[in-house]
Design a binder for this molecule. Structure first.
Ligand code: GDC
Length: 337
């Protein structure tokens, strides 16, 4: 029997990974999240579920007892609207990863996974639209996204040194804007794919013509569908490679182009009200997957259109049914006190 701990299991990526493991033979799953269990995005029955704050070392020590593998997705995060306005909150997540690393050593855990982000990349490589895909080495010299990106870069580095100094096996990936069903779509933490699906769904429902778009819509990103993210996570976790890898898409689009794809899915056209004062982040960002493909053999399968069709349809169901809105859209539930 193998015991797996998933921290941040009440959230988007952690929730999808936990549901993959739960019910598998010979695996005992322990789920942890700071949110009260009724706010977890997915309901897990055949796992041990704990609502607790991993910024407290005692909790980290207790929850990792007897655990073989730790997956750490727990952090205070969100889309641009959240991370740009909550830098200190985002940086405090350093306590979670640090406590878990220390506890992993103390409790002789076998392997530790850390979810880093494309926000670690040097900002000077992202100052234009349709930039070259970011290669893993582009994180240095360090000039990451203020707040959230610094925390991720520092925590990556902690993993590296815990591995070098204490022999802990670590795996680290940099996710590039992961989206899909069973994630947040309103309330302040949502990212662009979910936010823009919601805005177009509501415009169509209410027969409105105009939606708000942050920035001028020309900024570019690549977005990775959740199923590709989970596959990439497992491929890196199971590999023998301790380097840091991109888990992202190479399909770079402008926000205006993504809106066009969503309009086609919705069969509804909108006009755009560009809000230039809203959080915009970097001007252009995309993943270069050549290194992860070469070393791990992973590459994404879903096109943006395929992923958005599934995401749109799930968000539409939530909005039209009116159920679960509180659970998926309660923006600031994890505020530090
Ligand atoms: O929020 P995000 O998806 O995060 O925003 C992408 C772009 O879409 C930004 O330029 C933003 O201004 C624009 N945008 C336009 N309208 C809207 O209604 C909207 N809502 C949102 N949220 N954005 C809109 C993210 C981080 C993550 C993470 C990834 C890694 O940054 O927020 O926490 O780690 O990056 O790639 P983004 O891509 O800037």
């Amino acid at each position: 029997m193998v015991k797996i701990l998933i921290c941040g299991a009440g959230g988007f990526i952690g929730g999808h990974l936990a549901s993959k493991f739960i019910g598998e033979n010979n695996i005992k799953v322990v789920c942890a999240d700071i949110k009260p269990i009724e706010y977890w995005f997915q309901n897990f029955e055949n796992s041990e579920n704990h609502s607790l704050d991993l910024k407290d070392y005692k909790n980290a020590l207790k929850i990792t007892e007897g655990v073989d593998y730790i997956f750490n997705f727990a952090c205070n995060m969100g889309g641009m609207g959240f991370i740009e306005n909550n830098k200190a909150e985002c940086m405090l997540s350093v306590l979670v990863n640090t406590n878990l690393l220390r506890a992993a050593i103390k409790n002789n855990c076998k392997k530790f996974f850390f979810s880093s982000s494309a926000c670690v990349y040097n900002s000077s490589k992202q100052d234009k639209t349709f930039v070259k895909g970011l290669r893993e080495e582009d994180a240095y010299p360090a000039d990451p996204e203020d707040g959230y990106g610094w925390e991720k870069l520092f925590s990556e580095r902690m993993c590296r040194h815990f591995s070098e100094d204490f022999g802990l096996e670590t795996r680290v990936v940099r996710y590039h804007n992961i989206y899909g069903p069973i994630g947040t779509f309103d309330g302040g933490r949502e990212k662009a794919p979910a936010a823009l699906c919601r805005k177009i769904i509501l415009a169509k429902k209410n027969k409105k013509k105009i939606i708000d778009v942050w920035g001028d819509g020309e900024q570019t990103r690549s977005f990775l569908y959740i199923d590709d993210c989970i596959k990439g996570t497992m491929d890196v976790f199971e590999s023998n490679n301790q380097e840091v890898f991109n888990i992202g898409s190479e399909e770079q689009v402008s926000i205006n182009e993504m809106i066009k794809i969503i309009e086609d899915i919705a069969e509804y056209k909108v006009e755009k009200n560009y809000q230039l004062e809203k959080p915009k982040g970097v001007r252009g960002r995309s993943s270069d997957n050549s290194y992860v493909s070469k070393k791990i053999g992973w590459k994404p399968n879903f096109t943006l259109k395929e992923g958005l069709e599934k995401t749109y349809s799930w968000i539409e169901q939530q909005i039209l049914s009116g159920s679960n809105i509180e659970k998926f859209c309660k923006g600031n539930i994890e505020k530090n006190d």
